[in-house]
Write a protein that binds this ligand. Structure first.
Ligand code: OSB
Ligand code: MG
Length: 374
């Protein structure tokens, strides 16, 4: 497989509803789409970096810079036997996993399309439907939270995750339990607490949550290990798991019992598969995280979620919760039983609406193999 051309686009798409986490509220999504061309085919990758360095240190601007100046020269015109060789070829570049992942995942899509196989099969997936859950942002009121939970349960979703932060935690969780009983429920703090909040967080144990996601700081493994010793509720790490190596340390330290996999956070599909396998070896269940992706990234997430150790419902939900219309046709939909079918056509297996991509494009650049010769 050889990539002759790489197209970068920065897109802006309005969200159907604002999304609020412990680090703020967004009304529209700004994100980068990568297209790689080779041998008459194209592959797509959606970057999960955002406008601001709040979820991670990367932003759309750093991604644009790193792909243009450092990733593209290492992949354009290079013969790769397999897309799993792309991430190692970027080893000289420290960090910037979201930038690397966008290109690496586009390369996997290209490879799968060239072979005429769905991405799930090329990744080693074993199921044809995935279990879907939802992530509900911080709401203006408990009543609105309850309405949201009711709607999502009605749509069939297999688990509810609610965002929490100091001042929006025990009370809304208690209200959801009181109204809906023993539903599969979890919380995500997006690193909003500190080790000094351990006693407060331990009060969540009363609510039989499936897990508490990333309660403490984004690069803190040791404090999560101490907190996990204190809590009955399993800790799931998200932000902290920036590499497979950190995951190994976190598991060894007992910092989590569950891990959320987002390919953008760890550098792409190949690293996600390594992380998935590491977790399986240690009896750590995983689930697929979400970053409010458009249909392009969402489809990629569906394919990766078909690997066997994705044994918990993830944050991969229907398009209509995020974008209407989405960039793909048909949009991602959830069946009444809370599952999403895996596309069976080659690669991502979905049709990208170029007209909608064009309408959403704020800027565009094309990088070619010869121009990149060094
Ligand atoms: O922490 O999982 C997170 C969205 C943006 C950044 C971080 C997170 C999220 C979500 C939304 O929880 C998941 C989704 O519905 O895509
Ligand atoms: Mg999270």
């Amino acid at each position: 497989m050889k990539i002759d051309r790489l197209e970068l686009r920065l897109l802006k798409l309005p969200l159907v509803h604002f999304f609020e986490t412990s680090f703020g509220r967004i009304d529209e999504k700004h994100f980068i789409i990568v297209r790689v061309d080779g041998d008459g085919a194209s592959g797509y990758g959606e970057c999960v970096a955002e406008l601001d360095p709040y979820y991670s240190s990367e932003t759309n601007d750093t991604v644009w810079h790193i792909i243009t100046d450092f990733v593209a020269p290492r992949v354009l015109g290079v013969e790769f036997a397999h897309p799993r060789d792309v991430f190692p070829a970027l080893k000289a570049i420290r960090g910037h996993n979201m930038a690397k992942a966008a290109v690496e995942m586009a390369a996997w899509d290209l490879f799968a399309r060239q072979r005429g196989e769905p991405l799930a099969r090329v990744l080693g997936g074993t199921r044809d439907r995935i279990a879907s859950g939802v992530s509900i942002g911080i709401q203006p009121s408990v009543e609105m939270l309850l309405q949201n939970v009711e709607r999502e349960l009605g749509a069939g979703y297999r688990r509810i995750k609610m965002k929490i932060k100091p001042g929006w935690d025990l009370l809304p969780v208690e209200a959801v339990r009181a109204r809906f009983g023993a539903i599969p429920l979890m919380v995500d703090a997006n690193a909003a607490y500190t080790a000094a909040d351990a006693d407060h967080l331990a009060r969540l144990d009363a609510f039989d949550l499936m897990m508490i996601e990333q309660p403490l700081d984004y690069d803190d493994v040791a404090d999560h290990a101490a907190l996990q010793r204190r809590l009955k509720t399993p800790i799931c790490l998200d932000e902290s798991i920036k590499t497979v190596g950190i995951a190994r340390e976190a598991i060894a330290a007992g910092a989590c019992r569950i891990i959320n996999i987002k390919p953008g956070r760890v550098g792409g599909f190949a690293e996600s598969i390594r992380l998935h396998d590491l977790c399986a070896e240690h009896g750590i269940p995983v689930w697929h995280g979400g970053m409010l992706e458009s249909g392009i990234g969402r489809s990629a997430n569906i394919h990766l979620s078909t690997l066997p150790n994705f044994s918990l419902p993830g944050d991969v939900a229907a398009s209509r919760r995020y974008f209407d219309p989405d960039l793909i046709e048909p949009p991602v939909e959830v069946a009444a039983d809370g599952t999403i079918p895996v596309p069976t056509a080659p690669g991502l297996g979905v049709t990208i609406r170029q007209d909608r991509v064009d309408d959403a494009t704020l800027k565009k650049a094309t990088l070619e193999a010869e121009a990149q010769a060094r």
